[in-house]
Design a protein around this ligand. Sequence first.
Ligand code: T4K
Length: 395
Amino acid sequence: MSELAILGGAPAFPEPVHVGRPNIGDRDRLMERIEGVIDRRWLTNDGPLVHEFEQEIAELLGVPHCIAMCNGTVALEIAIRAAGLSGEVIVSPFTFVATAHALQWQEITPVFCDVDPRTHNIDPARVEELITPRTTGILGVHVWGRPAPVDELARIAGAHGLRLLFDAAHALGCSTGGRMVGGFGTAEVLSFHATKVVNSFEGGAIVTADEGFAEVARLMRNHGFADYDDVAHVGTNGKMSEVAAAMGLTSLESRDEFVEANRRNYEVYRAGLADAEGVELIAYDDAEQCNWQYAVIEVGESAALSRDELQRVLWSENVLARRYFYPGVHRMEPYRTLFPDAGERLLQTERLAGRVLALPTGTAMDPADAATVADLIRRALLAGPELVRELRAVS
Ligand code: T4K
């Protein structure tokens, strides 16, 4: 126990080990593509690499239309607008804040629906009670890449005449019931942020099977321009640059390797934490396709340390585990001011937000590092009450 850094030992890692360290892929290929961008002097505005990237993504997901964007948040905003959402939209509060902000930014009220504690996704059994005459849609999120209950949500949306969109920022290359994420609802939104399994530095995309929707989203992405001098729609600037697409294409080429690295680390965590009392690594369905992008533990009541205490132990070892998505979007501004009592009916979300910790993974981490992290967690738990006493004394 004396070796734990929080008690004065040397940190297990000399440098910070981040959650979300970017996967890079083949540098030479990336540089070659960037040289091509410079040589062509075509830097953005629907360039050839963006086209190629869109085709690759559409093919991978088996959807007819992919519209690449500057980031996932703007892609969400455009998807919401292209779907004609207004009034109220039902959404999970257990997500990155961008999901709700994309609605609120357009003066649409996010109506937070509690989550299923097993899946961390929106609980379909709680959706219908939130529908009012102002409700126009449901925005599902595939948290951690574990698909939302797509069929139940489609049934509810269909029965009530609501639009259904999905925030698929975590779920590139994931499937449910053998069907790839990307084809559900009216449209799905991807993120290629630096921290995602496939990245384009910053980037995002709307994928859809609806041709009319795709056309509107494309117009909106480029200020509404249908042609030179012809503005056919209200729009914004959501364009992906060529350099971003260069990274996106290079990253896509190494996707299998990235997923494999995630999976290897996940398996090390699974083995290392199998007998860690009170700590559970979230499960993925082996029968489905999965990107294994998030290695997330839940720290339960029977653990010797609270989630926050465990996080402090890990941070002192330079393991920067993150409390995604603490404290829940409903407890962030402007939502906590707008809905001060929301927590009273979001009991599962509140409980979950107090338990989860995302551990580092990805290609920047090798399995030996993951084994060290798992070992630190086990040792911290074993140190138990004694460590808690010390922690409280130093806080
Ligand atoms: N919907 C969902 C469900 C999302 O999760 C996200 C994004 C979105 C929508 C919006 O998509 P984008 O507009 O971002 O395309 C990070 C990411 O910034 C964010 O993209 C992501 N979700 C979220 C889950 O994680 P933060 O606030 O944790 O970022 P930050 O700066 O703390 O970085 C995370 C970790 O990654 C740090 O430990 C440092 C490390 N890192 C980060 C960057 C950018 C690196 O090592 N290198 C880097 O270049 O949100």
